[in-house]
Write a new protein. Structure first.
Length: 275
């Protein structure tokens, strides 16, 4: 029923799910702007039996609101993710927004991501608000496929607020913008009022960080708690980047690393975990 509802929807439609359990057997392809949300009351739970639940295609945009997404039924297949973009270049940009969602148990194998993007795809906005992520072996937002160092990148604005990330194997966020092209003003990253606990410890986390930002132009990370996690790593490469890391608590977590540049570091505390 959910697959049919998406296939028959028009751009801008809202699909409401009643409380209950939804077992999805096929990819849900999103080629238009859609909202899928809880109708009210108990959150509906969605499980999926393919290597991804949603695929955002050309023309698509997706907002998820008030849902539980559980990876327990996914196959043990390399490259699993909850959401993936088209595997082909997309001429237009897309948006992805999560609000009041729970994502859990993406752990059937060692590299199960929340989002997987392809080279040649670009998000104007990716936003996560009031949501929780737990027991995930892969990464949450690995936006690092544009590695040709031509000034391209996978997302313009990434915003994470009032959310929790616990037991995440790889980085919560990775963005890569290489090259020396100064004709663009992004990417922009904001993370605030968020808890990051036990993030980045998977031996396959090649970034060695919980948040890894390469070539980002505007960074504002404030009022967060990092606990038993890998550090924030910021690598400045081009332009006149502005990096602000303020009023964060780092518990059993190394202090932020700023490479090839400077940052505004104010009000942060670094301490060991209490026994």
């Amino acid at each position: 029923a959910l697959i049919k509802a998406v296939a028959g929807a028009k751009a801008g439609d809202v699909i409401e799910l009643s409380p209950g359990h939804y077992q999805v057997e096929k990819f849900i392809r999103v080629d238009k702007p859609l909202t899928i949300r809880a109708s009210g009351g108990e959150r509906p739970t969605i499980e999926f039996e393919r290597t991804a639940l949603f695929e955002i295609e050309a023309g698509g945009a997706l907002k998820l609101e008030g849902l539980v997404i559980d990876g327990s039924s996914a196959p043990d297949s390399a490259g699993n993710s909850v959401i993936r973009t088209s595997r082909y270049s997309m001429l237009g940009s897309y948006d992805l927004l999560l609000d009041d969602c729970e994502v859990r148990d993406l752990d059937v194998n060692h590299s199960f991501n929340f989002l997987t993007v392809a080279k040649g795809t670009f998000a104007e906005h990716i936003e996560i608000h009031d949501s929780s992520f737990s027991n995930i072996t892969g990464a949450i937002l690995p936006l690092d496929r544009e590695t040709d160092d031509l000034g391209l990148y996978n997302a313009e604005y990434v915003v994470v607020t009032n959310s929790t990330f616990s037991k995440i194997g790889k980085a919560m966020l990775t963005i890569y913008r290489g090259g020396t092209d100064e004709s663009t003003f992004g990417p922009h990253v904001e993370i605030r009022n968020t808890s990051i606990d036990s993030v980045g410890g998977n031996k396959r986390n090649k970034t060695g960080a919980s948040v890894h930002l390469h070539g980002i132009q505007v960074v504002d990370i404030k009022n967060n708690e990092f606990k038993k996690s890998k550090p924030i790593r910021v690598i400045q490469t081009v332009g006149e980047p502005v990096t602000r890391i303020r009023n964060n608590r780092f518990v059993a977590t190394p202090a932020p690393e700023i490479i090839n540049g400077t940052a505004i570091l104010e009000g942060n505390t670094v301490s060991e975990a209490k026994k």
